[in-house]
Design a protein around this ligand. Structure first.
Ligand code: APR
Ligand code: PHB
Length: 398
């Protein structure tokens, strides 16, 4: 089998890329190791920047997003037992975010691609990518018990943090940057109305907490917990009591989350990771295959979308003109924005969490920084611009 673009991985990056290429009239084959139900049910964050929303609409996946997505104009920060709202449109040039779960984005993209796109194979496990530095790179995979080969003009590795495509970049040309955090998140889904109209990020002397949502009747909340925590040690009542304690306000002592049955519970480790470069020969990397951010800034899905938007433009330019200029600058173009999002995610994470044995000096610095955001237009604008998403760069750095 031969295709123009072979895509490894059917997470948000691979699916959105397949749709953007289909819209541009470029053939692709998408190979995903897991089955459809697994991919559609994997719980991830759900905050979409405007550029991500625009790309979903442009490839035909806007209908349910526009009907069910919740547009948010800000977030609330809680620290020192007080609340401060960060208003996005007034601080970031009218920008807002849309709350729409990644699971729903993935379902919408899969349904569209199966209805009117190129081949999308589930349970197709890629074990090797060969010939990155030739004109005909190839993908070896197993599907329905058979060994298969797919030759391609370009291969895109959208196969996430544990993928195989990254290995196509020779080890001596690859640099990895990484930070693992000394805490994790315990995340719950609950059949309960959200705590408020917007998300609440809390710094407290008991650790970080986040109140998010999936719909007007489903909440998604998180608690900072030690690495290695077993969710079984957290019965529902303990979770709700701890969330309420971390969100407590001196000015409103009766404030409580709305409780309801907890329908899912899991522990997520937190890491930052970047692999450079994001391309070698005719193999290109996008999304979690090239970079991971801790979830505190909600950047993971948006960074993945930004990569594939830049990549779809570069592949379209090559397909229509024969020029590989934009493909050659793809890695540099993306990495500039990737590092900005890495910094923002690191900043949000280290400003809001309390590390084990954190010196009191650092806690005072965190509270001083949060107070600065609450009192300075410039400091709040810096947060709002990064949270709502920086402009998509289409050119490599000068
Ligand atoms: N063969 C085929 N598919 C593979 C292989 C392989 N060898 N290895 C991994 N995959 C698939 C995984 O099963 C997964 O569905 O690649 C997909 C990668 O998807 P994601 O991990 O969701 O990565 P990405 O699409 O880049 O999305 C980034 O997901 O992790 C979150 O927070 C992150 O929101 C961000 C988004
Ligand atoms: C989520 O709703 O899952 C979510 C929201 C915001 C974040 C992280 C996760 O920063």
């Amino acid at each position: 089998m031969h295709t123009t673009v072979g895509i490894i991985g059917g997470g948000p990056s691979g699916l959105l890329l397949a749709r953007l290429l289909h819209t541009a009239g470029i053939d692709s084959v998408l190979l995903e190791r897991r089955d459809r139900a697994y991919v559609e049910q994997r719980q991830r964050a759900g905050i979409l920047e405007q550029a991500t929303v625009d790309a979903l609409r442009a490839c035909g996946a806007g209908a349910r997003l526009d009907a069910e997505g919740m547009v948010h104009d800000g977030i609330e920060l809680r620290f020192d037992r007080r609340a401060h709202r960060v208003d996005f449109p007034s601080l970031a040039d009218g920008r807002r975010v849309t709350v729409y779960a990644q699971t729903e984005v993935v379902k919408d993209l899969i349904a569209l691609q199966l209805a009117e796109g190129g081949p999308l194979l589930f349970e197709a496990d890629v074990h090797a990518v060969e010939g990155a530095d030739t004109d005909r790179p190839l993908i070896r995979y197993t599907h329905e018990g058979q060994e298969q080969t797919l030759t391609c003009d370009y291969v895109v590795g959208c196969d996430g943090f544990h993928g195989v495509a990254r290995n196509a970049v020779p080890e001596h040309l690859r640099t990895t940057y990484e930070r693992v955090y000394p805490y994790s998140w315990l995340g719950i889904l609950a059949d309960a109305p959200p705590a408020a109209d917007e998300l609440i990020y809390a710094h407290s002397d008991r650790g970080f907490a986040l109140a998010s949502m999936r719909s007007p009747s489903v909440s998604r909340h998180y608690l900072q917990v030690p690495n290695g925590t077993d969710p079984a040690d957290w019965p529902d009542d303990r979770i709700w009591d701890e969330l309420d304690a971390r969100f407590a306000l001196d000015a409103d002592p009766g404030w409580r989350l709305k409780r309801g049955p907890v329908t899912a519970k899991s522990v997520l480790p937190m890491r930052s990771h970047v692999t450079e470069p994001m391309a070698y020969g005719r193999v290109l990397l996008a999304g979690d295959a090239a970079h991971i951010v801790p979830p505190t800034g909600a950047k993971g899905l948006n960074l993945a979308a930004a990569d594939v938007i830049v990549l779809a433009r570069a592949l379209t330019h090559w397909h229509t003109t024969g020029s590989t200029d934009l493909l050659e600058s793809y890695s540099d173009t993306c990495l500039r924005r990737v590092w900005r999002a890495e910094h923002f995610s690191y900043f949000m994470t280290t400003t809001l969490h309390t590390a084990p044995d954190q010196p009191p000096f650092e806690t005072r610095l965190q509270l001083s920084q949060l107070d600065r955001i609450a009192t300075s237009h410039h400091a709040a604008a810096e947060l709002a611009e990064n949270y709502t998403g920086l402009p998509l760069a289409t050119e490599p750095p000068a």
